[in-house]
Design a binder for this molecule. Structure first.
Ligand code: ADP
Length: 250
């Protein structure tokens, strides 16, 4: 068999940032790292370190000055965001206020909302998976913050892409709800095998799910490895300085 079996057929896809250079004019950023297929990557670091930029480069909202981005072995550096095998969930502004849950989720499937029977089944399945069965007809205003993020996740799920990017998706939620959402993401990751890249201001989020930590500083990865090791007593000193004031139990 000569045809390579794509990892995405089984769930997640590897993400490679190969000597990716980027800047907005002030800080030169350089990203050169791999995220393993079907893993959870937690990206942490001080404000302005380049965390969101990494997600925007992977999603295609920004273009590298040089270098390549590969997903599942394919060079997607010049591919339009909508054509990339990724979905992204932001902290807010994910939903349309005038549309109910079904329509907001359905948009992930068909932007014109002309849903087939199969699309509707996928939408209902995703709504059930994120725990919103019975709330299909509600508009965003009639949902809690946590429920709204569940809708955003369901919309990402129906896109059926092997990579899910979370840009501080749960930052506006209190600790209990945030943990609940992380558990949901972990469960979905187990079910689908998708590769998850999450930017978070809370290092302890990386401990809630078995994840690989990428600590960013000044536009590059300053430390990476299993979160359980990097966030233990044996943290490298540069990371310990950042973690200093952070309470890992929250
Ligand atoms: P983080 O997510 O770690 O807080 P960002 O990736 O948002 O960091 O930003 C990295 C750097 O790029 C920062 O210096 C920030 O001010 C700058 N930056 C981010 N977005 C823009 C933009 N749209 N235009 C100009 N500079 C930006």
């Amino acid at each position: 068999m000569t045809e390579r079996v794509k990892q995405s057929a089984r769930g997640g896809a590897a993400i490679l940032l190969d000597t990716v250079r980027f800047d907005y004019g002030d800080m030169a950023m350089l990203f050169d790292f791999t995220i393993e297929p079907s893993s959870v990557a937690a990206i942490i670091g001080p404000s302005g370190a380049g965390k969101s930029t990494v997600l925007n480069l992977i999603a295609g909202f920004e273009t590298p000055l040089s270098g390549k981005i590969l997903i599942d072995g394919d060079d997607i550096t010049g591919v339009a965001p909508s054509q990339r095998p990724v979905s992204m969930v932001f902290q807010e502004n994910n939903l349309f206020a005038h549309l109910d849950v079904v329509a907001n989720v359905g948009l992930g499937r068909k932007p014109n909302l002309r849903l087939t029977q199969a699309d509707r089944a996928a939408v209902n399945d995703a709504i059930a998976k994120v725990g919103l069965a019975g709330k299909e007809q509600r508009k965003p205003a009639a949902l809690s913050g946590g429920e709204r993020q569940r809708v955003a996740i369901a919309r990402a799920l129906v896109r059926n892409r092997p990579v899910l990017l979370l840009d501080e998706a749960f930052a506006s939620l209190g600790p209990a709800l945030r943990h609940e959402m992380l558990d949901l993401v972990g469960q979905l990751q187990n079910d689908t095998g998708m590769t998850i890249v999450m930017v978070t201001h809370h290092p302890e989020d990386a401990l809630r799910l078995p994840s690989t930590l990428f600590f960013l500083e000044n536009g590059r990865v300053a430390a990476s490895g299993p979160a359980r090791e990097l966030l233990s007593d044996k943290s490298p000193s540069l990371l310990r300085k950042y973690l200093g004031s952070q309470d890992l139990s929250v």
